[in-house]
Design a protein around this ligand. Structure first.
Ligand SMILES: Cc1cc2nc3c(=O)[nH]c(=O)nc-3n(C[C@H](O)[C@H](O)[C@H](O)COP(=O)(O)O)c2cc1C
Length: 477
């Protein structure tokens, strides 16, 4: 399909997320040194409140906060490059920041990344429910399993868990949270009847008696249900196990595919898998990460890109895309992918193998890909044409990766979004209600989602651990 081959009336509008991190140098390393960059002021909540206002004014769908809980690369090596670059150190907790932003915004979705190993699911579920209450149903959770040895070491583990084990861990973690979010409270449990002196109905609040290898959680869940109950679920793994996890759990999948064709393959595979798990192919939306260099003419855009490139830190890109072997040592940049045996992010390597087919790709190609291949340089019209190509590949949304905060988003809002709106590709006004309602037309998770099986599941459930264990034996679980 060529751009413009559908009419605006036939086209679905795209979703636009602002991809950010509560740190100085997130993706485009070195740009923080530009005179117009403000991301080094990330400790100042006003930086984020100002950005949130720009984004709401422009009708962005969400602010998507990435997060990591450790350093990249070799956990035993010198980490001066990360410190020199401000590369995700220092960094602050996105969930706490989102609490502040929720009070200063009205419409925009607020997505928080959290690793399954960094908290106990009981505490995490309570934190997200609190944020969903504060924001009146605008919270999303980006479910991540980590790719760094140092992150795991910060939480008492020896090293990064094995790749497939990480996804099993995530399955176990989300299962606890689904039970707490969807099953512990009935909808009408909270009564708050002052005259009758009755705050809530104990018959409608249930213990969950969850028992699995890592977690034993009794319940009941302490918070009452928030507008979305389960926050909107984001996920970004693109390896085989990553796609499988997404097919079962995600409502929004984030891609950084090198080409629309590679995105199309991943989208089609994940949608087909979702169907095999009883979901609808459109229960999952796909969002491609792109950065934009915008000019009033093509020449101006190219000139601007040359200026951006003067600020590029090659060391920063290499350090961010470091791949380690199973002992945790970093592979040199010239290592061919065929010689790599890693436990870290696998999906990016699969993408690279599909993308570079005329020679053997190397680790160093990853850094180049991050800098160049998801950058769109051109006039607003050319950018809109490219965005249409991604949409034709099956993409539902664009995750706008910034060079500088707030300038990259302001420029996108002023120059590109009006053109996209003209083509019916960007919303003019916010829809009503929760983030999930804005994306899927309903506040609560679809009945086809695995979490939905816990609705009402604990109503006549066990009353003690002994009963719970007996019930598990009888049902064979
Ligand atoms: C757009 C995008 C955003 C991501 N954000 C984070 C993040 O904030 N924190 C994190 O630990 N991993 C993040 N990841 C990494 C993924 O969660 C995942 O660990 C990685 O892609 C490796 O998974 P895979 O081996 O299944 O592909 C992100 C990946 C993508 C594509």
């Amino acid at each position: 399909m060529t751009p413009g081959s559908t009419t605006p009336a036939q086209r679905r509008r795209l979703f636009f997320n602002a991809f950010v991190m509560n740190t100085t140098s997130h993706i485009h390393h070195g740009q923080w040194r530009r005179p117009d960059a403000q991301q080094h002021n990330f400790n100042d909540v006003e930086t984020w409140i100002d950005l949130a206002r720009i984004l709401e004014e422009a009708k962005f769908d969400s602010m998507f906060f990435a997060d990591v809980v450790g350093l990249y690369g070799d956990a035993e090596a010198d980490y001066s490059v990360y410190v020199n670059e401000g590369l995700q150190i220092p960094s602050n907790d996105p969930a706490v920041l989102v609490g502040a932003l929720a009070a200063h915004t009205e419409h925009i979705g607020l997505a928080v990344t959290s690793n399954v190993f960094q908290q106990h699911p009981t505490n995490f579920a309570r934190q997200l429910t609190t944020l969903d209450h504060i924001s009146k149903g605008r919270v999303a959770w980006n479910i991540v399993t980590g790719t760094q040895d140092n992150g795991y070491r910060n939480f008492g583990y020896e090293a990064l868990a094995d790749h497939s084990e990480r996804y099993r861990w995530a399955d176990e973690f989300v299962d606890v949270t689904y039970k707490l979010w969807e099953g512990s409270w009935d909808d009408d449990a909270l009564v708050q009847d002052k005259a009758g002196s009755r705050h809530a109905d104990p018959d409608k609040i249930h213990k969950i008696f969850h028992s699995s290898p890592r977690y034993r959680v009794e319940g009941p869940f302490l918070p009452a249900p928030s507008p979305q109950r389960t926050p909107l679920l984001f996920q970004a793994g693109s390896s085989g196990p990553g796609r499988d996890f997404a097919a079962r759990n995600a409502e929004a999948v984030f891609l950084i595919a090198p080409t629309p064709e590679i995105a199309r393959q991943q989208i089609e595979e994940t949608r087909a898998l979702a169907v095999s798990y009883g979901r609808d192919p459109h229960d999952i939306t796909f969002h491609q990460g792109l950065s934009f260099v915008i000019g009033d003419t093509e020449d101006e855009a190219r000139e601007k890109f040359r200026w951006y490139q003067q600020y590029v830190s090659a060391d920063g890109y290499s350090a961010h895309s470091a791949i380690v072997d199973k002992a945790g040592r970093v592979y040199p940049a010239d290592t061919p992918l065929s010689q790599i045996d890693t436990n870290t992010a696998k999906g990016f390597l699969e993408h690279l193998r599909k993308h570079i087919t005329d020679r053997e790709p190397t680790v160093g190609d990853l850094a180049v890909q991050r800098l160049e291949e998801t950058v769109v340089v051109g006039t607003p019209e050319q950018i809109a044409d490219t965005v249409e190509l991604w949409q034709a590949a099956g993409v539902d949304g664009i995750n706008v990766i910034n060079w500088v905060i707030p300038g990259s988003f302001q420029e996108f809002a002023d120059k590109v979004l009006p053109v996209l709106r003209e083509r019916g590709l960007a919303q003019r006004e916010y829809g009503e209600g929760t983030l999930r309602r804005k994306l899927f037309g309903q506040d609560r998770l679809s009945g086809r989602h695995p979490a939905a099986r816990y609705r009402g599941a604990f109503t006549n459930g066990p009353r003690s651990w002994a009963e719970a264990e007996q019930a598990a034996l009888t049902s064979g679980h």
